[in-house]
Design a protein around this ligand. Sequence first.
Ligand SMILES: [Zn+2]
Length: 113
Amino acid sequence: MDCITFNKDIDAFIHDRLDDDELNDFLNHLKNCRGCAEELEVNYIVQEGIIRLEDKHASLNLASAHRHNLKNYQEYMVTRKRLMILSNIFRTLTFWVLAGTALVYIRILILGY
Ligand SMILES: [Zn+2]
């Protein structure tokens, strides 16, 4: 992802409208681009600040809320990657168990034992 795409996606990120692949690209760019990280933080603080001004009980520590929000998204992506790896392992195991079962069944049909 380049900086132009990142900046186009900031609004979608803040409003939780990026799909998982877009979110992954967005977070990867964020790690390596200080300028875009600052742009995101400013956008988040302004947009979230406007929303929270209407709620008299909401915290206005927006920089902390932004960091917390980013940490949650990063943890979500790590968990998602782990689940994808586990899913691939189970899919592979299932394939080999079914293939082994089919071979045993064919052997029984052909040899009778
Ligand atoms: Zn950038």
